[in-house]
Design a protein around this ligand. Structure first.
Ligand SMILES: CC(=O)N[C@H]1[C@@H](OP(=O)(O)OP(=O)(O)OC[C@H]2O[C@@H](n3ccc(=O)[nH]c3=O)[C@H](O)[C@@H]2O)O[C@H](CO)[C@@H](O)[C@@H]1O
Ligand SMILES: C=C(OP(=O)(O)O)C(=O)O
Length: 417
């Protein structure tokens, strides 16, 4: 089994460039299923999740070609409507092909994604949206089947929670529904705006993405488009925390500071110097890190996908911080692993109380999920001795050339078999 070996103690410095966003590229690739002509996508990160969704599209009959940084999709020959368990189990975002398939083919049969390390992650809001658009939903034998043989009809849909995936799936389905759809209380994440942008380039009529109400006028056909994926705000945040934690001085190129406001605010509160410009952000830590509290919330609140990494920072801060997770029910799997490295953390319901310690010590640990894995890499960078991180397939899902990028700014990290 492959592992990451991190030897702590190096101060990071230099420039690291952020890749295209995992959470933007996955729905964008799903959206290309709606196009009757080929699409070209740029700033494609080299990620396992990208390869998985590409496989899902190929399984459905699309022709997909991946070159470094670019992905070509031709969905003109999509014939199948079924995404099997072997593909969906690898990545929950595979469920995002349901909206496009339903809109285009009038049917979709997708394996139930199941729970994962960070919680049960139901899909009821996606299904509620499809039903409101006129689809009939049937569940059985581990699959969800949605049918709309007469086509979808626009509707007013209120989401009980601003779910990112449900907003994306409904937006894609409604793009080709008859009439107007209004999504109330949608997710407002930058990835929603990126998806609306490509859909509009494909010929859709979507307004209000990134606000509290999205209006979609359905159109009868969408064509392919050329689109450049937005930078990954979570990857950027991870390198920013790495710079802060190691007392480093790192320029995170391509970071869009507009998307990183809560992370920047909390790093400043912790005593880190941040300099923003149009091409990125410089993160420089000169003194010790102060403990600060964080509470995860839907965008524009503090992102749950940065919670584990920020907790890693807090394990070596001065004082006690309270980290509250409100988005996912069980996103503290990294706590026990950080404790193995000497962190002082107690979980109290949805909060973790983190008492900063003078030092962490390296040991074998496991990445229980993607961001938990990133948090362990960060902890390893400052730990005394060697940290051996197992189950790194989780990290490979979402960090483009992580070892190469960390080494380029001075980290002592390697991948071993
Ligand atoms: C590929 C991708 O973009 N993944 C991101 C996306 O996941 P994802 O789209 O799965 O996240 P959601 O916003 O849908 O989930 C947020 C919360 O809503 C709940 N929920 C969601 C859907 C539903 O039908 N019913 C329901 O109850 C979930 O269980 C969770 O507690 O947004 C999350 C929240 O920012 C991020 O952590 C993930 O990195
Ligand atoms: C939870 C995450 O992703 P996914 O929804 O793909 O599991 C993440 O990116 O941190």
């Amino acid at each position: 089994m492959e592992k990451l070996i991190v030897r702590g103690g190096n101060r990071l410095s230099g420039t690291v460039k952020v890749s295209g966003a995992k959470n933007a590229v996955l729905p964008v690739i799903a959206a290309t299923l709606l196009g009757t002509t080929p699409s070209t996508l740029e700033e494609i990160p080299d990620l396992e999740d990208v390869r998985t969704i590409a496989e899902v599209l190929e399984h459905l009959g699309a022709a997909v070609k991946i070159e470094p940084g670019t992905l070509y999709v031709d969905s003109s020959n999509v014939i199948a409507c079924e995404a099997p368990y072997e593909l969906v189990r690898k990545m929950r975002a595979s469920f995002l092909v349901m909206g496009p398939l339903l809109a285009r083919e009038g049917c979709a049969k997708i394996s139930l994604p199941g729970g994962c390390a960070i919680g049960t992650r139901p899909i009821d809001l996606h299904l509620k949206g499809f039903e409101a658009l006129g689809a009939e939903i049937v569940m059985g034998h581990g699959f969800i089947e949605a049918r709309a043989p007469q086509g979808l009809k626009g509707a007013r849909i209120y989401l009980d929670f601003p779910s990112v995936g449900a907003t994306e799936n409904i937006m894609m389905a409604a793009s080709m529904a008859k009439g107007q759809t209004i999504i109330e209380n949608p997710a407002e994440e930058p990835e929603i705006v990126d998806l609306a942008n490509i859909l509009n380039h494909m010929g859709a009529n979507i307004r209000g993405a990134g606000t509290k109400m999205i209006r979609i006028e359905g159109v009868s056909e969408l064509r392919g488009a050329c689109h450049t994926v937005i930078p990954d705000r979570i990857e950027a945040g991870t390198y920013m925390v790495a710079a802060a934690m190691t007392g480093g001085d790192v320029y995170v190129e391509n970071a869009l500071t507009e998307h990183l406001k809560p992370v920047i605010a909390k790093l400043k509160e912790a005593g880190v110097l941040i300099e923003e410009d149009v091409n990125g952000v410089r993160v420089c830590a000169t003194g010790s890190i102060r403990a600060v509290d964080i509470k995860t919330l839907p965008y524009p609140g503090f992102p749950t996908d940065m919670q584990a990494q920020f907790m890693a920072l807090m394990t070596v801060a001065q004082g006690t911080s309270i980290v509250t997770e409100t988005v996912f029910e069980n996103r503290f799997m990294h706590v026990d692993e950080l404790k193995r490295m000497g962190a002082a953390i107690k979980i109290d319901g949805r909060s973790a109380v983190v008492e900063g310690v003078a030092k962490l010590t390296g040991c074998p640990v496991k990445a229980t999920d993607l961001r938990a894995g990133a948090a362990l890499v960060l902890a390893g960078l400052v730990a005394e001795g060697q940290t051996e991180i197992g189950y790194i397939h989780h990290i490979d899902r979402g960090y483009d050339r992580l070892v190469e990028k960390f080494r380029s700014i001075g980290a002592n990290i390697e991948r071993v078999d």
